[in-house]
Design a protein around this ligand. Structure first.
Ligand code: IFM
Length: 440
């Protein structure tokens, strides 16, 4: 059971669930073009069992029933994303069938009284644009601006909120430095360029949407609490650097128009020439900010090349992903983000949740660990609100079990179990727990 009640949160506080296009829709339907995740998954060693998003949860055909699940649980909002490769299969040319899908999806949300919260980009870069350098190529800002205009000219007047890009750190660092996500590069220069270009694309999209009169614009930052692994000054320095790379760089760019000094020193040579001139566009005015939060990392110094750090296994209880459960980090990020960057601007928890080895037994999925996770993190949100932080909503990740990127279909984050053979959906105990909580 969730120990909270809807009435424990301020009036108008939004409860929702989040998903993303490639992770649930079924990319083989509706004329979608090849995305860089199709290429990445087709390359041995990148993704568990080389699984891809071709079928996923077949949400493309089952979206009505999936939205009923949100409505039946009493959620107020649905955070979904629009696939670039579906709307523009080659990245530049419109696929009307793709845009029609999001049009139907939007109407279906509104019919059910769900607030549509769109994210324009959740990682399905069309392969044709990856061929041209993808996030390394400065032109991506204009390409993304054109995609944004095409989508929002059609949907913009019906959106409750619009975010540009999901998780800047993942788009750049995880995918170009660590190589864990598509396009799987491990290249510091590519990383620095992607870090800057992803923010430039964000700023360009905001500018284009302001031109169209689209309301309630924001961005979604993933944050991971960074703590020193021991009491040495070296570990403290490693944690501070990790914090800058992961947590400060993107939010500082978007809200202050500056990058952390130690990253300018370390990466400045690799940023595109004249990057300083982009900072005004990058820090275009926003109406809200979203934080995706899951865990913390413990950092120690390392002898290797820059950034001279490594993550160390922590002692706390872990999820199926091996991620430590650390709700205090969510509280601390909400407080810190408001204090240092966003002030009175509404903050949303745009993703939070855990993966668990869930099984259906006698028609029931007893995901008690997930309920405990939600309880502790909702307490963290309430504590932040109690300190005056303007948190306006909480979106659970995720509505459905889905394609967990390089980990394929093995890791289950849903409040609704999906059998990936039959595609049958079974609401888990956590879905029922939210239903109980949202009624109170
Ligand atoms: O599944 C992902 C999602 O696509 C982005 N945020 C984190 C989730 C869990 O790893």
């Amino acid at each position: 059971m969730l120990i909270h009640k809807r009435s424990d949160f301020p009036d108008g506080f939004l409860f929702g669930a989040a998903t993303s296009a490639y992770q649930i829709e079924g990319h083989k339907f509706g004329g979608a073009g090849r995305a860089m995740w199709d290429d990445f998954a087709a390359t041995p060693g990148n993704v568990v069992r080389a699984e891809d998003g071709a079928l996923a949860c077949d949400h493309y055909h089952r979206y009505g029933a999936d939205l009923d699940l949100l409505k039946d649980a009493g959620f107020d909002a649905y955070r979904f994303s629009t696939s670039w490769a579906r709307v523009m299969p080659d990245g530049r040319t419109l696929n009307p069938e793709g845009l029609d899908f999001y049009d139907r999806l939007t109407d279906a949300m509104l019919e059910r009284g769900l607030k549509p919260c769109a994210t324009l980009y959740h990682w399905e870069l069309p392969s044709a644009l990856a061929d041209q350098g993808g996030w390394r190529n400065r032109d991506i800002a204009g390409w993304f601006g054109d995609f944004t205009e095409a989508v929002m000219a059609r949907l913009g007047d019906r959106m409750y909120s619009v975010a540009t890009i999901n998780e800047f750190w993942c788009v750049s660092w995880l995918s170009h430095f660590l190589g864990h996500h598509a396009p799987g590069l491990r290249d510091i220069r590519a990383t620095a360029r992607a870090m800057h270009h992803v923010l430039l694309a964000h700023g360009t999209a905001i500018e284009r949407m302001r031109g169209l009169g689209v309301q309630n614009l924001g961005a979604v930052f993933n944050m991971e609490w960074a703590a020193p692994a021991d009491e040495s000054p070296e570990a403290a320095e490693a944690a501070a650097l990790y914090d800058d790379i992961y947590n400060h760089f993107f939010v500082s760019g978007a809200f202050k128009g500056t990058y952390p000094e130690r990253l300018v020193t370390a990466l400045g040579n690799h940023f595109p020439e004249g990057w300083q001139d982009d900072m005004t566009k990058i820090s275009a005015r926003l109406d809200w900010a979203g934080i995706n939060y899951y865990t913390r990392s413990l950092l120690a110094a390392d002898d290797g090349p820059w950034p001279h750090l490594r993550a160390v296994d922590g002692p706390l209880e872990k999820t199926q992903m091996g991620w430590e459960i650390y709700p205090q980090g969510l509280h601390d990020f909400l407080v810190r983000t408001a204090r240092e960057y966003t002030g009175d601007l509404p903050l949303y928890v745009t993703e939070n949740g855990m993966s668990n080895a869930d099984m259906v037994m006698d028609g029931v999925v007893d995901d008690a660990a997930r309920i405990a996770y939600f309880n502790s993190h909702l307490s963290a949100v309430r504590n932040a609100i109690g300190k005056g932080v303007p948190v306006k909503g909480y979106m659970a990740w995720s509505l459905l079990d889905n394609y967990e990127w390089a980990l394929g279909y093995e890791k289950r984050f849903g409040m609704v179990h999906v059998d990936f053979e039959t595609l049958e959906r079974v609401p888990k105990a956590s879905w029922h727990a939210f239903k109980g909580m949202l009624a109170k």
